[in-house]
Ligand binder design. Structure first.
Ligand code: ZN
Length: 357
């Protein structure tokens, strides 16, 4: 039995409303006041209900027992940590450009509305969305530079950022470039052409025993992930007493120059064309011996001028030249056969183009 009672002081308006409802619903009461007698029990209960409904305060009501086996009170939706896992901190265009990126989220009772993996230039301000995924496996880098990466998670009504991770995307090194089959085939072709252009003409001496160098710029197109090269430049034909050289022509600019990580529409760049190296050949001495002092030699590998040029261009130079003969001489003799062993040399300066900031 309830021990409900009106909390004192009794609310006059609720009291009046409760009385009127009780009498209206129960005309047999003939508007009399209730007593504490047992026969009034049901009327007292009706009156309390009406009093409560009219806004009257009640006390003495037993607390309702919680219903068992219903949903436990939820842990609040909360994100405690977002972390971006970056597989490698240093990448190389084409040769080691793939890198797994994964967002790890720690928290309670959350569901993620959106994942974003974002990148920006280390010295820049604008973030570019690489993709709206939890995991990029792999991300393929197509722009050289020093970058910041981060993961963003939308959950629990807000955005949560990971710490920023540094990634450097480098240009290919000299070793990467000379090992590439496409580049090597093109260089081998020009080495053969250089040998073919070295000719002896004992009858018509002008031009006598001519030869010439060849050169091209090596370009990496990161949108196709393939190497190409500029048109081959031929040096002037020279005679047996002259040194050979070649002007490679103007260096092709990167296209686009200083490519952005994202295009104007906010999409990640698909790539660029980068000039990554300069290649040239040196020439045979086979037909020079009769025209120079006995015992004369030619130093093999990059010349001082080659080294200076590549250093100034901040680019690795690849020189195709004969292998020294004899071993340890750093040179070849005059009259060295055109078909002798040859190899690639790195022209001094840089092993790879410097990474842009
Ligand atoms: Zn040279």
């Amino acid at each position: 039995m309830s021990n409900r009672r009106a909390k004192l002081p009794v609310d006059p308006a609720a009291n009046k409303a409760a009385n009127e409802k009780l009498w209206a619903d129960n005309p047999e009461l003939k508007n009399r006041k209730l007593t504490m007698a047992p026969e009034d029990y049901k009327y007292r209960k009706a009156w309390m209900d009406a009093y409560t409904a009219a806004g009257g305060a009640v006390e003495g009501e037993k607390a309702k027992k919680p219903v068992k086996n219903v949903v436990k009170p939820c842990e609040p939706c909360k994100i405690t940590k977002v972390e971006l896992m970056v597989e490698k901190a240093t990448l190389t265009l084409k040769h080691e450009r793939e890198c797994k990126l994964e967002i790890e989220v720690t928290g309670t009772n959350f569901s993620v509305d959106e994942y974003r993996i974002e990148i920006k230039k280390a010295g820049g301000a604008d973030w570019c969305v690489l993709d709206r995924v939890n995991t990029l496996s792999p991300w393929k880098a197509v722009i050289a530079g020093k970058f910041k990466l981060r993961g963003v998670v939308k959950a629990c009504g807000g955005e949560h950022l990971s710490a920023e991770k540094d990634v450097e995307v480098r240009f290919p090194s000299y070793s990467d470039i000379i090992a590439d089959p496409t580049v090597k085939a093109a260089m081998d072709t020009e080495w053969q052409n250089t040998k073919d252009d070295c000719t002896q003409n004992p009858i018509i001496m002008i031009p006598p025993n001519q030869r010439r160098e060849k050169a091209f710029w090596i370009i990496l197109d990161t949108s196709t992930n393939a190497y190409e090269h500029s048109a081959t430049s031929n040096g002037a034909f020279v005679g047996p007493t002259q040194g050979a050289s070649v002007n490679p022509g103007a260096r092709p600019g990167d296209n686009p120059n200083n490519p952005a990580i994202c295009d104007g529409l906010g999409n990640p760049s698909l790539g660029a064309k980068y000039t990554v190296s300069l290649f040239h050949t040196h020439t045979s001495t086979e037909f020079r011996a009769a025209f120079v002092p006995a015992g004369a030699t030619r130093a093999i590998g990059p010349s001082g001028a080659d080294n200076n040029y590549h250093t100034a261009e901040k680019i690795p130079g690849v020189v195709y030249d004969y292998t020294e003969s004899p071993v340890g001489s750093g040179s070849i003799p005059m009259g060295h056969p055109t078909g002798s062993a040859a190899q690639f040399y790195l022209s001094l300066g840089l092993d790879r183009r410097p990474t842009p900031n």
